[in-house]
Each structure stands twice: as C-alpha cells, then as structure tokens.
Design a protein around this ligand. Structure first.
Ligand SMILES: [Zn+2]
Ligand SMILES: [Zn+2]
Length: 334
C-alpha cells in the first residue's frame, strides 16, 4: 500500500509499505477513507513538535472496516468507523484511576507520532479504539470528531457554562470547532484571528450566528482559549477577574512571562488539560450530530498531493494559509 512517512529532514515521503493484517484477536484493519491534517502534524513538519522519523503520520482518520480479528464482536467488514487515536493501556495507575490521557504507557503508542498512523491506504487498530459513525453522518463531518473530542476536553476543564463570555484565540479548525462547541453550550463567543484568510473564513462560517469575529483582542472574557499555543500573555491580559485561561495549541518552542502576583490578585486560573480523556470520545461522536463540522473542510487531496495540501496550510517557501481543515483521501480524492 501507499503511505506517507516522516523523513529525518521533517518532510513527508510517499513510500510503499506492506498492507497491515490482523495479528491479535481484537485487531481490526480498515481502509482509510479520509484523514485530516492536524495542527500537530503541521507542527511536526515545522519543528514545533517531536515525532519519530520513519513513522506513518496522520491520526484524525475515518474509514471502512475490511478485516476483523477472531475476537472482534462489535464491528464487521463494511462498517464505517472513526478512530480514537489517543491510545491507553487500561492497566497502569492513571488508567485505573480513569485518567486515560495520562496513561504511563504512551511511548510507542501515539498514532502518527511514534506508531504508524493513517496517512496510508490501510491501517490496523484494536477494536476498542474504533467508534461507529452514526447513520447518515458524512465522512466529512466524522473526520472532525477527533478535533471535537480535544475541544470538549478543554471546554470541560474550564467548566464553560451558558453564563460565560468565551474568547477563542485563533480561527483555525480547532479555534472554529471551539467557538462552535462553546456556542452550542450557550456561552457568548468571540473568535479572534489576525490572519486575513482565516478571519474571512470564520466570518463566512459563523454568518447568521451569535459568534463574532474580531481581529484584535479587546474587552474581557471569563474563559480565554489559546488554540495557537503561544499566546498565554495575551490570553491572561484578556481574562476577566477570576477568569480561566486554557492553553490548548501545541508549541514546543513557546515560552511566556507570567506574573504570579497578578494570578493571585486577579484570581486567574491557567488550565492545561492535555490530550482528551478517551471517555469524552463517545460524547464527541454524539454531539457531532448537531454541529455542521463538515463546513470546516476546505480541501480534499490524494496522498500524492500532500505538498499542495501542506502549502494550503502555509508550510513551504512563501506559502500562506489558503485552507481550513485539509483532508487527505488515501484512496484518491473524489
Ligand atoms: Zn489532531
Ligand atoms: Zn495506561
């Protein structure tokens, strides 16, 4: 099969790999129908996030079951599924305490980072990490369930309610999903974005809704979500007294200056919620039935056109943002 593998020079290489087959009784092999390019993937290629050279990248995947191990009881060939790429062992102390996202055995099990992922025609995964796509839900919508799970995890950590004024920094796909979900919870939401392409995309997306789009931060918010990962200082400045600031974007190189006395005097809370706990994944699948997530998908590309896909995400000499959620279709773009 064809697969995109991370090279040691932080580029993606299209290579031939053996097609995976079921090995353990609970294994499932799926044909990858779509896989979103995540901000984390972009971060890996830009040197902002570590990953293992030689790995097949990609983790936001949906597909069709083609083969099941003899112990699989909930899935059969032909079923449409979403993968939950945040694997956990279920046996270590954090897992037994229910905090699956802090599993101690993640090394070698992070899909698309240090374990082969979904930028490939086929992939293998255990049954318990696959969720059925609800009847009638398109792949374009289902491919955004994993980002929605990340968003739910962070909104839950900040205990967002309908009384909150929420400011979301960054109108990329994650910022857009965050604004959509917070608004679904009844909060009043504004989305802040400096990039003109992404600002216009957000204005079009939220037209006719109560979500407002702004270029520069002003005023104050009870909850500030930094989906960029390098805006902690701006986020703290924007937070109202007793506000909650959520750090959500991944940026290994970002640093920030925080004044402890300001946290004390203004009662600010800085929240890092990490990866989602897999327990929210089912809720994300159900909630996706009510959110027009497919409208965030701007492009579909085949595996052989990954360079064009990355250019649309501003990766490469002179490239600027020209897309929102970019989806790879390993079987060839329709
Ligand atoms: Zn992701
Ligand atoms: Zn564990």
């Amino acid at each position: 099969m064809k697969a995109l593998v991370l090279g040691s020079d932080r580029t993606l290489e299209l290579v031939e790999r053996p097609r995976p087959a079921c090995a353990a009784p609970d294994d499932v092999v799926l044909r990858v129908v779509q896989v979103g390019i995540c901000g984390t993937d972009r971060g890996v290629l830009l040197g902002k996030f570590p990953a293992e050279p030689g790995v097949v990248m990609g983790h936001e995947a949906v597909g069709e079951v083609v083969e099941t191990g003899r112990g699989v009881t909930t899935l059969k060939p032909g079923d449409r599924v979403i993968i939950n790429p945040t694997l956990y062992c279920g046996l270590c102390d954090p897992c037994r305490d229910g905090v699956l996202n802090f599993c101690e055995n993640k090394a070698g099990n992070e899909i698309g980072i240090d374990r082969d992922g979904a930028f490939a025609e086929f992939m293998r995964l255990e049954e318990r990490f696959l969720h059925l796509i609800p009847d009638g839900m398109s792949y374009d919508r289902a491919v955004l369930v994993e980002p929605l799970a990340c968003v739910l995890n962070n909104l839950q950590a900040a205990a967002v309610t309908a009384d909150d004024r929420v400011a979301v920094l960054g109108a990329g796909p994650i910022g857009t999903v965050t604004a959509l979900a917070a608004s679904h919870f009844g909060a009043s939401v504004r989305l802040l974005e400096k990039d003109p392409f992404r600002r216009d995309a957000a204005i079009a997306f939220f037209e006719g809704t109560a979500v407002t789009i702004e270029e520069l931060a002003s005023g104050e918010a009870d909850v500030v979500v930094d989906t960029v990962g390098s805006l902690l200082e701006q986020a703290c400045a924007l937070a109202a007294p007793r506000g909650r600031v959520v750090v959500m974007g991944f940026d290994e190189r970002a640093t920030a200056e925080v004044r402890p006395l300001e946290l004390l005097q203004r009662g600010l809370r800085i929240i890092g919620a990490g990866d989602y706990n897999s327990q929210v994944f089912g809720r994300a699948v159900r909630m996706a039935r009510h959110l027009p997530l497919e409208r965030i998908v701007s492009h579909h590309f085949g595996l052989d056109r990954v360079d064009a896909a990355l250019r649309a995400l501003g990766v490469g000499e002179g490239a600027a943002y020209a897309g929102m959620k970019i989806v790879i279709e390993p079987g060839g773009a329709a």
